[in-house]
Design a binder for this molecule. Sequence first.
Ligand code: FAD
Length: 459
Amino acid sequence: STQETTPQICVVGSGPAGFYTAQHLLKHPQAHVDIYEKQPVPFGLVRFGVAPDHPEVKNVINTFTQTAHCGRCAFWGNVEVGRDVTVPELREAYHAVVLSYGAEDHRALEIPGEELPGVCSARAFVGWYNGLPENQELKPDLSCDTAVILGQGNVALDVARILLTPPEHLEKTDITKAALDVLRQSRVKTVWLVGRRGPLQVAFTIKELREMIQLPGTRPILDPVDFLGLQDRLKEVPRPRKRLTELLLRTAMEKPGPEEAARRASASRAWGLRFFRSPQQVLPSPDGRGAAGVRLAVTRLEGVGEATRAVPTGAMEDLPCGLVLSSIGYKSRPIDPSVPFDSKLGVIPNVEGRVTDVPGLYCSGWVKRGPTGVIATTMTDSFLTGQMLLQDLKAGLLPSGPRPGSAAIQALLSSRGVQPVSFSDWEKLDAEEVARGQGTGRPREKLVDPQEMLHLLGH
Ligand code: FAD
């Protein structure tokens, strides 16, 4: 019967990797794809990472919604794999399992003072303003005038931009109300973004930099000394990096026109890039109850190209601040003892998405490649994983005979008292959020309490 030939596949995680992998797998005319997600709501970092003032990036949600509406696809939210159900249980119930659970941890600074109040990860800060349930207690203290962000990537720029954007410009976004209230009271006037290496090694991209340079009410602080001699090296630099460096150079070295000069002169807030500085310690305030600054080792570069390394010169410098945000990267966690994990690289070892030495197990997205790359990169790599899985299916490399799929897992979950959230449940929550935003002209007012969400669904 057709029942017997239905490939039952499940995907763990409903971020871009989960949804794009599912989209590709559904090209198989019979395949059934279940997506398990630990949050009661779908879309991963598209909902909880992407900055609230970049709504256009979230349009991918429309594509994911189409995928979820396919009759052979189901969403099971509020199910944490590794806790509510194990990977071996999933492998027993399905012909194949794809792990797309992203990178839920942050890389620690591993320096003294990291645990002080006033120090937090950019990941937690982003989760806080985007409504990630586990970060709603963060309540960052923005009563200081200077914040230091350790890191010079796009996440660091997102955080700096949210800290410095005039709050009235955030009012029409889906930032949480609680975050907006705290940002309205903020006294932060200056934000430093600190990097161990130089202008040629920054990890952010030109669009995000341009947005920062043009941020209303804010002026850039770049030290021309950091850019000396860079002009002559531009020809050796690959194209996207070259355009980015030219923009940095112009901003640092050129005298602005009268209009821009007036804009900068009247700006009440500022941001700057501090290059060649490696954090050594977070300095405590005199009462020990907060951060008073960051001790930085001055560095210089050794080596060329990709191998360029920052080495300390021996000089030290203290940068006073009341808030320290570490933005040196996300990190994946191992999900289950039965799944191989490379803790050094923070990824599941794999060849083109096939988990090494575990037939029938696949991975995609950040947990496959490491926590870098935009949604488009994640899409390409997820389609590739989907392709490998379908090839293996065709070649008869996956278990033969019928598999029970979600029926078996639902029985397990129900015996454990876990109540999954379906995609139509999510659509009810979505409608509720949109309705709550309407009165105030916001695209939505995010629900941030899982208990309230489940209550609204009558669970
Ligand atoms: P994720 O999006 O993290 O999805 C993983 C999902 O798995 C999550 O929903 C998580 O809850 C779930 N999960 C985790 N553990 C379990 C478990 N045990 N059981 C079940 N489910 C689980 N890219 C852009 O193109 N434009 C941007 O503007 C942009 N902004 C970004 C801003 C930030 C702060 C960050 C961190 C990233 C940004 N990116 C942006 C990059 C983009 O978000 C990633 O490329 C993409 O989200 C990676 O997809 P993923 O599915 O691998 O991971």
